[in-house]
Write a protein that binds this ligand. Structure first.
Ligand code: SPV
Ligand code: MN
Length: 627
């Protein structure tokens, strides 16, 4: 301890030392002292919750060149290197202590090997740079949900992102007991090139030392790999939740408005690029969170909070028409915004699918860009990266839900799971009950791989509850925790499955982007028992007469019986194949699956086979009984 104190006193200004020493958690002081001795920064700056500190962070990110200003005040752009454009599955590993039983499916390395490896890469990594020490809270601070976190980084961009994405918690840290459980992140972008981009991406490592609640990330810049409070802390939170009997989920939370001014909270899990953010941000509804949620049973009630307080969102396809609320934030003065990996020309950001003409040249993640520019493999480089993002505080949105920072959280009434399934699931259906929903829509959540992870695109894959990359305990145990959680509460939320990507035989989408709003409004009515349904083999499906009314009410557009019939016809061969893919997956990848999983999948299959015997392979919805 004395040695730690000595290091800190020697390396910190009196002011910074005072801020750090005000935190009574011993482990935090040790962690920072160790980071200083290891990374050897020129200077250490410790931040409290003051707005001056936040502004200092923003301005320094501009001064160092990690960000550049854009034409709109307080808007800036940051670029990551060409190979650091998504969460890195390969470089992200768990450090497993000797003799510990850890799921074989998860990317891992023995702690005795991985810890020295990553520490070696971090050694001296902050020479010539400033070490930034930040105190933040996952979940609202001063709440049963809060998890205190400290992030140490040499990136002003990362620190600036923390300003926009998390609640400051230096004050809250000061009130913690000496032995408080804290998540800790140590990040260094490593050596930077002249564009301020990590120069040694091949030496990228993201190691999760779960036995110490610590994450190490080095030679990285993409926020998903460096803002440790996002998916890296989620892995630690899943383990903590498992120990303590609550749930940490990869879900948005929205307040959906219904007749008489009522508001009903929904959460939803969608793999990347499956419509999650735009569902969370529907016009006329309120958004409480877009990515991560914690659920706890409090006095028998299902309560939920947003783990974060800002959005790190995919910008591709954000247009005035499809996402008017976020469009406003991104194109007008008012809020603070960091754009990443977009195209910049004359101080204006451009991105793919923005619905406007994109310039023929400018600056992008590869440096100076012009149309026709090719990468080393001879492939044409797009103007902006597909995984380009925007970072904004939620409060910047006009429809931010007022309960965002409520320490009690909100009562959740519905959960939806949404995949990318061109052929089988109908656009919207309701599970028969909690367990049926967890299995039929959560465990069976299928997508196609996308640009949000490094690797090949378009490969079909199951992504259980859209959280599979982050599940840091045996997968079956995670599913069991979800199944069991339904019993801890008086009224478990209704569970729905949505699929915005159903296609016809020619691969044409059967729904328009806005149609999801109708499904949501239908679900809201179902939660309150105000609309009927038909009983399908994998869930309750909407009736034509209700959708007809809602299409007119919500979108002012007609909805024909033919459209309904095509969208809601039960495609039995495709559904049976889907159930089989899930069964195969469970057999191969979830040896500890709770018994409900195979039982419920088998029941779904049996209902499908019975229906096929009665009505053939494709069963139009009007043949299904009213529920
Ligand atoms: C996602 O891709 O699911 C994100 C962004 O929310 S990241 O932080 O990269 O995970
Ligand atoms: Mn996410």
């Amino acid at each position: 301890m004395q040695q730690h104190e000595e290091i800190l006193r020697k390396s910190l200004s009196a002011e910074d030392y005072r801020r750090l020493a005000a935190v009574p958690v011993k482990r935090v002081l040790e962690f920072v002292a160790d980071a200083v001795a290891l990374c050897r920064p020129d200077r250490v700056m410790v931040f409290d919750d003051s707005p001056e500190g936040m502004e200092k962070t923003r301005l320094t990110a501009l001064e160092t060149g990690e960000e550049s200003p854009l034409a709109i005040p307080r808007h800036s752009v940051h670029f990551d290197g060409p190979t650091d454009q998504g969460r890195d599955r390969k470089a992200t590993r768990y450090l497993v202590p000797e003799g510990e039983d850890f799921p074989a499916a998860l990317n891992q390395i023995p702690r005795s090997q991985g810890l020295p490896e990553v520490r070696e890469l971090l050694r001296g990594s902050m020479q010539g740079k400033t070490m930034i020490v930040r105190f933040l809270s996952l979940g609202p601070s001063d709440s049963v949900f809060s998890i205190p976190c400290v992030e140490v980084t040499d990136s002003w961009y990362v620190s600036h992102s923390l300003n926009l994405l998390y609640r400051p918690a230096h004050e809250a840290f000061r009130r913690l007991p000496a032995d408080a459980e804290v998540f800790m992140v140590l990040h260094s972008a490593g050596r930077l090139d002249e564009r301020k981009v990590s120069a040694e991406p091949d030496k990228r490592r993201i190691y999760i030392d779960y036995s110490e609640n610590t994450v190490y990330s080095v030679n990285t810049q993409y926020a998903g790999n460096t803002v440790g409070l996002k998916k890296l802390a989620l892995r630690l939170a899943i383990r903590k939740a498992d120990r303590e009997g609550w749930l940490a989920e990869h879900m948005f939370i929205s307040g959906i408005h219904g007749p008489g001014g009522r508001k009903t909270y929904f959460a939803g899990a969608f793999p990347s690029a499956c419509g999650k953010t735009s569902t969370a941000m529907l016009p006329g509804e309120t958004i409480l969170g877009d990515d991560l949620a914690y659920f706890r049973a409090v006095d028998g009630e299902f309560r939920a909070v947003n783990t974060e307080s800002g959005i790190f969102g995919i910008i591709q396809n954000v247009s005035q028409k499809s996402d008017p609320l976020i469009w406003e934030v991104l194109t007008r003065p008012g809020a603070e915004v960091i754009f990443s990996n977009v195209l910049v020309k004359d101080g204006r950001p451009y991105w793919l699918g923005m619905g406007e003409e994109i310039p023929e040249e400018g600056e992008n993640f590869t440096g100076r860009w012009y149309r026709g520019k090719k990468d080393a493999a001879g492939n044409e480089i797009p103007p902006a990266h597909k995984n380009a993002r925007y970072t904004v505080p939620l409060r910047a949105l006009r429809n931010c839900d007022p309960a965002l920072d409520d320490p009690q959280g909100v009562i959740l009434r519905a959960i939806l799971y949404g995949g990318r399934d061109p052929e089988a699931y109908v656009p919207c259906q309701q599970a028969f009950d909690w367990e049926h929903g967890i299995v039929t829509f959560g465990v069976a959540l299928e997508t196609r791989t996308t640009f949000a992870t490094v690797g090949k695109e378009g490969v079909p894959e199951i992504n259980i509850m859209s959280i599979q990359d982050f599940v840091s305990i045996p997968l079956g145990k995670y599913v069991k925790n979800n199944l069991d959680f339904g019993q801890r509460v008086k009224t478990p939320p209704f569970i729905f499955g949505v699929n915005y990507f159903l296609c016809d035989r020619n691969g044409k989408y059967l729904n328009e982007v806005q149609d999801k709003h109708v499904w949501i409004k239908w679900m809201e009515r179902r939660v309150h028992g105000e609309v009927g349904a038909r009983r399908g083999p994998t869930g309750f499906i909407p009736r034509y007469e209700d959708l007809h009314v809602l299409f007119r009410e919500v979108l002012g557009k007609p909805y024909t019986p033919e459209e309904y019939r095509e969208q809601f016809t039960i495609r039995i061969p495709q559904l049976l194949r889907k159930m089989e893919r899930v069964e195969d997956f469970v057999r191969e990848s979830m040896p500890d699956a709770p018994p409900q999983v195979s039982r419920i999948l088998a029941e779904n299959k049996k209902r499908l086979e019975d229906l096929q015997r009665g009505h053939g392979e494709f069963v139009p919805p009007e043949l299904l009984p009213e529920a």
